[in-house]
Design a protein around this ligand. Structure first.
Ligand SMILES: [Ca+2]
Length: 517
């Protein structure tokens, strides 16, 4: 009684876990609209996701930005990527073709070595992990971060996550846990961590991410609700076949299918661990993906790929399950954007919506858990100053650069209506220009990654590199190309125009593969 009184007196009384839902947000990487069975893939690669779809509300117009980092920054802050410059990825600041678009050149250390300027989600941003942490949630990030890989304030535990597991940068070799390069340096860097310490583990990244999520779920106690953000690296490249792969190892499509099936198995594993803990009823589960696929056929019936703002690049599968709140097997087609989870999670968690920074987030609870229509009528995907085409959705229309589509009547984006709707084009361009004017200055970017080629990401982690890690990274670097033809790089050039950088089935990042024993 006395303790209760004290808790009330200090205003720190929190609702029990039984009254506020746990939140499990699972995001896959580079999965196309057409890849899961519940969106029509006939090859039965995703039985667990298909089962989840049967139990969930499915959002058919859920959108994200068109690449990894912008979507992740928008999700965590409830703010469009351009507001915090997350429309530029950290690695872009080590690539001359990207830097040129900002009027910058490669930076050099005091010793004259070319290196990367540090770019990350600013620590001044209020993340959903910080908001939910303040509201008494246990917060964990398991998987990919991609919002800064160097300074502690830009790493997950500097941005509100109490537990961290996985990798910081854009991708990971699923076996060796290295990233293939640290642009402008062309050699591999180790990128696998638990609670921001280098972690030596054998196994396949997708399996390990699910194991960690299941373990953390199994350790939850009933006095505290949890927010778990599981960001799978699958099905992003490199094309590393999972351990049980029995297909043709020289067929990239067979490997992609196997990676998807493995992702599905692992989503099933996490959902099962919720059930085993008796947490299904009181857990809000969201499954979505960060951006379109690398191959256009995986976007069907939509046009475009990752890196484009065609529907195939930005319309993502989205399942929402909260028993007794969402209707199993139902669909809703109102506009939703990845930023909306910010206000929605704050609402269901009873967290504070107060903050100084402007959000671009709608609380979708009345839409998801009731009959309200979506309050969202507009999505700003990219504005001037981004590396991609300025693009806005407004009602049924979408303006991409100078091209105008009616998405409702022409979801496949075949008929450019710009010439017959000059007034609307003018109005939407003015809206985009106004939004772009709200972009904060980029700043001088004086902070550099030093050394230019660390052994491991995380500045603090790289100051005391364990021997096993050095040995492992040196062995991989010895297998990497030591020289490059002039003008060529191991990474793609900055995208240009509406079609950006189309890929074919065989082209993708090459990983180091399983460590040789
Ligand atoms: Ca991605």
């Amino acid at each position: 009684m006395k303790i209760l009184f004290l808790l009330f007196a200090f205003g720190i009384f929190t609702l029990s876990a039984a009254e506020r839902p746990n939140i499990l947000f699972i995001m896959s990487d580079d999965m196309g609209w057409a890849q899961p069975g519940f969106n029509g893939n006939p090859r039965e690669l995703t039985p667990n996701l298909d089962q989840l779809a049967k139990e969930s509300l499915s959002l058919t117009q859920h959108y994200t930005h068109s690449v990894c980092a912008p979507t992740r920054g928008a999700f965590l802050t409830g703010r469009y990527a351009f507001r915090h410059w997350s429309d530029w990825r950290s690695e872009d600041f080590g690539k001359p073709s990207y830097l040129k678009k900002l009027g910058l050149t490669l930076a050099r250390t005091a010793d004259g070595e070319e290196t990367r300027r540090i770019h990350a989600l600013p620590s001044e941003e209020r993340t959903i992990a910080e908001a939910l942490s303040d509201a008494g949630y246990f917060t964990s990030l398991i998987g990919k971060w991609h919002l800064g890989e160097w300074f502690p304030g830009n790493l997950p535990m500097g941005q509100g996550f109490q537990h961290q597991y996985g990798h910081y940068a854009w991708g990971i070799d699923y076996y060796s846990k290295t990233i293939v390069h640290n642009a402008p340096a062309r050699f591999a860097v180790y990128d696998w961590h638990r609670n921001q310490e280098p972690l030596q583990e054998e196994g396949y990244a997708t399996d390990l991410i699910a194991n960690e999520a299941s373990r953390v779920i199994s350790e939850q106690t009933s006095d505290k609700p949890f927010f778990m953000y599981v960001a799978f690296n699958a099905v992003h490249g490199p094309l590393n076949p999972p351990p049980n792969f029995k297909g043709n190892a020289s067929d990239p499509l067979a490997i992609r299918d196997a990676m998807l099936a493995n992702l599905d198995t692992n989503v099933g594993k996490i959902l099962k661990s919720l059930d085993q803990k008796g947490l299904r009823k009181n857990t809000l589960v969201v499954f979505t993906n960060d951006n379109g696929p690398v191959l256009e056929e995986m976007s069907a019936p939509y046009r475009g790929t990752k890196n484009t703002t065609f529907e195939g690049g930005v319309r993502t599968p989205c399942l929402v399950r909260w028993p007794e709140h969402t209707k199993a097997g139902s669909k809703k087609d109102g506009l939703t954007f990845v930023t909306d989870w910010f206000s929605t999670f704050i609402n269901v968690a009873g967290a504070s919506a107060k903050q100084e920074l402007k959000t671009d987030s709608f609380n979708m609870s009345p839409v998801l858990f009731g009959d309200a229509p979506s309050p969202r009528n507009e999505i700003i995907y990219d504005v001037e100053g981004s590396v991609r085409l300025p693009t806005i959705r407004s009602g049924d229309y979408k303006l991409m650069g100078d091209i105008l589509y009616n998405i409702k009547l022409d979801p496949g984006e075949k008929s450019d209506l710009a010439s017959v709707n000059p007034d609307l084009v003018k109005k939407l361009k003015a809206r985009l220009a106004q939004a772009a004017s709200e972009r904060s200055p980029l700043g001088d970017k004086p902070l550099l990654m030093e050394p230019p080629l660390p052994y491991v990401y995380g500045q603090a982690e790289n100051t005391a590199v364990p021997e096993w890690l050095k040995k492992q990274v040196d062995a991989i670097r010895a297998t990497q190309p030591q020289s490059w033809a002039p003008g060529t790089t191991p990474w793609p050039q900055a995208p240009k125009g509406a079609n950006a950088s189309k890929m074919t089935g065989g082209l993708d990042e090459k990983g180091a593969g399983a460590p040789k024993k």
